[in-house]
Design a protein around this ligand. Structure first.
Ligand SMILES: Cc1cc2nc3c(=O)[nH]c(=O)nc-3n(C[C@H](O)[C@H](O)[C@H](O)COP(=O)(O)OP(=O)(O)OC[C@H]3O[C@@H](n4cnc5c(N)ncnc54)[C@H](O)[C@@H]3O)c2cc1C
Length: 382
């Protein structure tokens, strides 16, 4: 670690998505002066585009290649959500959009049924163990009408109206005496004496999928931040398209997942998602893709077929190879990163903010947090 904790009294945070906002508030609450840079105000990145599921359960049986401790990270953050969102409501005076579980997962194919069985087996001893509800599916969620081959109620999995959460975070950051907001694109300058933290003691990059693309200004010219540390190149884009339909009397009450389709009722709209498209950075949804998502959701919940489409959009998840975020100090002293949260950034915001504040201010890092650091993930490159 490069600095004594007392050395860091001011921090530049680049990016005001849910990760930057949550981190800025946590850092400022602990007495550090924060400047929060955001190029699009109000922020409309992945945190705006997301479905807002707070869904650790499936990470327990995630595909090979997923970070082995991602479920633990997700589950720990899920436990923070109720208090974190309650505090956010108190400080902002507005809804943070949190809804506790359960959510419902159903299987239409043998492969999906096997995945449900794997989730059930992995979480059998968990205090929020999934419950097989196939025999009473009609009663659990009357809006579902499909030949289900499996159904699990997931008490661990809640959801948030992520747009409400983001607005509450923005209002809280704007009102915080310890946070200055700079609207515009931030870049990093390197001088002969090393990295210039825009007059601060340290920099935290939370720029979502664009984290590797933060501009680096050096005497020799401009490049991007991956010139400082190859770890940034690990953060790549995964596009996702979604739609929202108007709420329905006979629509689903629960969040429902089936394969890659999810249906997330938000009160004033029902979200239907999502594609996962490696490398897609367009923010334009495609008509045919949106129509096929709508149709697939209607095959699970027929009432959705008649629902009016009120919005469709595309967002960009910040992904990594093992689908887990990179949290920690890079090989450049004083340059920290919290990015790459992929499909779990809304869920992971409260814990990410705590991990980064513990590390940057108190130089304290839990064993779990250390397993997501650049050093432990990409040691061979650093
Ligand atoms: C379709 C879709 C569905 C999803 N569903 C879920 C879900 O159900 N549950 C869940 O937990 N997660 C979900 N996610 C993932 C989640 O949205 C992301 O992991 C999370 O929002 C990442 O937050 P972030 O703050 O890192 O990024 P962002 O929200 O993208 O914020 C990054 C910010 O940095 C700003 N920025 C970039 N470069 C600069 C710069 N140089 N200077 C200043 N500002 C800059 C951008 O403008 C942006 O506002 C979903 C994502 C998508 C796209």
């Amino acid at each position: 670690m490069s600095r004594a904790s007392s050395d860091i009294q001011s921090i530049a945070v680049i990016g005001a998505g849910i990760i930057g906002l949550a981190s800025a508030l946590e850092l400022a609450d602990r007495g550090v002066r924060v400047t929060l840079y955001e190029k699009q105000w109000p922020p409309r990145g992945a945190s705006w585009a997301a479905a807002g599921m707070l869904a650790p359960a499936f990470e327990a049986a995630a595909a090979p290649g997923t970070h082995p401790r991602l479920f633990e990270l997700c589950e720990t953050s899920a436990r923070l959500w109720p208090d974190w969102s309650a505090q956010l409501e108190v400080r902002s005076g507005q809804s943070a959009g949190y809804f506790p579980g359960p959510s419902l997962a159903i299987a239409q194919t043998a492969e999906q049924a096997a995945l449900l069985r794997a989730v059930e087996a992995k979480l059998a001893d968990h205090e929020l163990a999934p419950q097989d509800c196939l025999s009473r599916l009609d009663e659990v969620e009357p809006a579902i009408e499909t030949q289900a081959r499996g159904a699990l109620l997931l008490p661990s999995d809640g959801q948030a109206d992520n747009r409400a959460t983001l607005e509450a975070l923005v209002a809280s950051a704007e009102a915080h005496d310890g946070i200055a907001i700079e609207k515009g694109e931030a870049s990093i300058r390197v001088t002969s004496r090393g990295i210039d933290h825009s007059g601060h003691d340290a920099t935290l990059i939370t720029s979502g999928w664009r984290s590797a693309k933060v501009v680096l200004n050096q005497d020799e010219g401009a490049s991007d931040v991956s010139g400082l540390d190859p770890v940034f190149d690990e953060i790549v884009a995964f596009g996702g398209q979604m739609l929202a339909v108007a709420p329905l009397e006979d629509g689903p009450r629960l969040t429902v997942r089936c394969g890659h389709i999810y249906i997330v009722p938000k009160g004033d709209r029902i979200i239907i998602g999502a594609t996962t498209e490696p490398g897609r950075t367009s923010l334009e949804p495609e008509h045919s893709t949106i129509a096929s998502l709508h149709q697939a959701a209607a095959e699970i919940c027929p009432a959705l077929a008649k629902a009016e489409v009120i919005e469709s959009w595309a967002g960009i998840r910040p992904g990594t190879k093992d689908h887990a975020p990179i949290l920690g100090e890079t090989s450049t002293p004083g340059l920290f990163v919290a990015a790459g949260h992929f499909r779990n950034g809304i869920l992971l915001a409260p814990l990410t903010a705590k991990i980064m504040a513990d590390l940057m201010i108190d130089q304290n890092s839990s064993e779990l947090a250390r397993s997501f650091s650049p050093q432990s993930r990409y040691a061979e490159q650093l």
